[in-house]
Write a protein that binds this ligand. Structure first.
Ligand code: NDP
Length: 481
């Protein structure tokens, strides 16, 4: 049994109330560890530690903060194989995905912001010969970072790195469903010599631990990634206290395929954008719209390829599709397949729980990748976030129709457009109500670019200097000459 501990004031601690939760391996369905169910007193200790650390950390030269973060990034690189295996066991994702995407990205998140802080400069506004204004961007104080289970260490570091680089002290909570790599990170923070209290990692569930964090009066800003309902709850709690908020929420992303696309490239990328990480990436394209003249060909080729994708033991380096994250999530995803059938959809492949022959993983939460057609664009299956290995395919006849269907959802995170016609690509991207539009590619990420969603997909932008602006308060200083 692996026991996870909180990381508070530079040390690993059990929860004050000695309350614990089970940590379940989604590929076996078995409990393999326990995690703290931290309460108000643990959060209070974390906030007080962060407050004590803030004066020194916020005045530490940025070059030194940058050095500390680079030491941490080095340690992530050094322990990458162990972290990838831990992520795979905790989340159910293939170890190859964790090794090639999650852990390298966690390392580069930290390195990126360790570097970015060296280039983060303030503006000056000069008023002819009378006055000079300069913008003093100051760290906020104690901030909260709350992250979800789908890309655990990847999204956790994406938040804490800019917060720390900008001179804040952090109280962070990973998802209780995937706490393992955040715990391993806390051990690396100790090894890296991060000053006590600068980063505090408190484990627990949303209603207890998460709520204690977001409602704490000394937490001045909250950076949250997770579901739209949770985001709305946090906004309701934080808004009357005027906390700064960055919310990265759900998605229901369109993948629009025109007949003139580079077909082979589109097909192989669409397989990834549909099913990478078992479809549990907020950027996956779960609604595939295909121009009528290409529809039948696409359907035949896509379904043939999807039918060949087999789920397997996430620990096996050859596995491409692992388990979904939990039993309740598996049941939720399968309930949407049932709903799709009730709404008149036809399941072209998949749509079922898979029980592997390998006895070790026969109790795991596996779903066969699923393709559904024949649904109206505005039915619930096509409007609500499923967040699993389920996509729908729908034909369209005109560009206008594709845009209308794409924009019909409450979400607005990302979109993918496949066409060789340059002006149409720009035109459609401009019409889409999304924070990100990929043309002839998917999930290409330049960490300098603004990242975030519109509508119910969120408020604010992460990435590059946007994140450093979020984690600092701008003060204008005006001097008479
Ligand atoms: P949740 O909203 O359930 O949880 C996200 C985090 O918030 C978890 O750490 C959770 O804790 C915590 N939390 C839950 N309730 C509260 C509360 N009342 N107060 C404070 N914190 C709370 O999301 P999931 O973990 O299920 O993640 C999946 C969702 O995340 C999907 O909707 C997906 O689209 C979205 N997402 C968005 C991304 C984006 O960039 N826009 C990127 C990745 C995912 P616990 O789990 O311990 O309960």
């Amino acid at each position: 049994m692996k026991t996870i501990q909180n990381y508070i004031d530079g040390e690993l601690r059990n929860p004050q109330g000695n309350q614990w939760m089970d940590n379940i391996n989604p590929s076996t369905g078995k409990v393999y560890g326990r995690i703290p169910l931290s309460d108000n007193s643990d959060v209070e200790n974390a906030v007080q530690a962060a407050k004590r650390a803030f004066p020194a950390w916020s005045t530490t030269p940025y070059t030194e903060r940058s050095r500390c973060l680079n030491v941490l990034a080095d340690l992530i690189g050094k322990h990458a194989a162990d972290l990838a295996l831990a992520e795979s066991i905790d989340n159910g994702k293939p170890v190859s995905l964790a090794a090639h995407v999650d852990i390298p990205r966690a390392e580069s998140n930290i390195r990126f912001f360790a570097s970015a802080i060296n280039h983060y400069a303030s503006e000056a506004h000069i008023m002819e010969n009378t006055h000079v204004n300069y913008t003093n961007r100051k760290p906020i104080g104690v901030v909260a970072c709350i992250s979800p289970w789908n890309l655990p260490l990847y999204l956790f570091t994406w938040k804490i790195a800019p917060a720390l680089a900008a001179g804040n002290c952090v109280v962070a909570k990973p998802s209780e469903i995937t706490p393992q790599t955040a715990y391993l990170l806390s051990r690396l923070c100790i090894e890296a010599g991060l000053p006590n209290g600068v980063l505090n990692i408190v484990h627990g569930d949303g209603p207890t631990t998460g709520n204690a964090i977001i409602s704490h009066p000394d937490i001045k800003a909250i950076s949250f990634t997770g579901g739209t309902n949770t985001g709305a709850h946090i906004a309701r709690e934080a808004a009357p206290k005027f906390k700064k908020l960055s919310l990265e929420l759900g998605g229901k992303n369109p993948n629009i395929i025109f007949a003139d696309c580079d077909y082979d490239k589109m097909l192989s990328t669409t397989l990834r954008s549909s099913f990478a990480n078992q479809g549990q990436i907020c950027l996956c394209g779960s609604r595939i719209f295909v121009e009528e003249s290409l529809y039948e060909k696409f359907k035949t080729d896509f379904v043939a390829k999807v039918s060949k994708m087999k789920v397997g033991d996430p620990k096996d380096p050859k596995t491409k599709m692992g388990a979904v994250v939990s039993k309740s999530h598996m049941e939720k995803v399968l309930s949407y397949v049932q709903l799709a059938k009730e709404e008149g959809g036809k399941v072209l492949c998949g749509g079922e729980q898979v029980i592997p022959e390998n006895e070790e993983i026969s109790g795991g939460f596996f779903i066969s990748p699923t393709v559904i057609e024949g649904l109206k664009f505005d039915c619930r299956t096509n409007q609500e976030e499923i967040f699993g290995p389920v996509v729908t395919i729908t034909p369209f006849s005109t560009e206008e129709e594709a845009i209308k269907m794409a924009n019909s959802v409450e979400y607005g995170l990302s979109a993918t457009i496949w066409t060789q016609e340059l002006s149409r690509a720009h035109r459609v991207a401009n019409e889409l109500q999304t924070g990100i539009a990929w043309i002839n590619c998917w999930l290409v990420r330049d960490l300098r670019t603004p990242f975030g969603g519109t509508k119910s997909s969120g408020v604010g932008r992460e990435g590059g200097f946007e994140a450093l602006r979020f984690f600092t308060e701008a003060q204008n200083v005006c001097i008479e000459l």
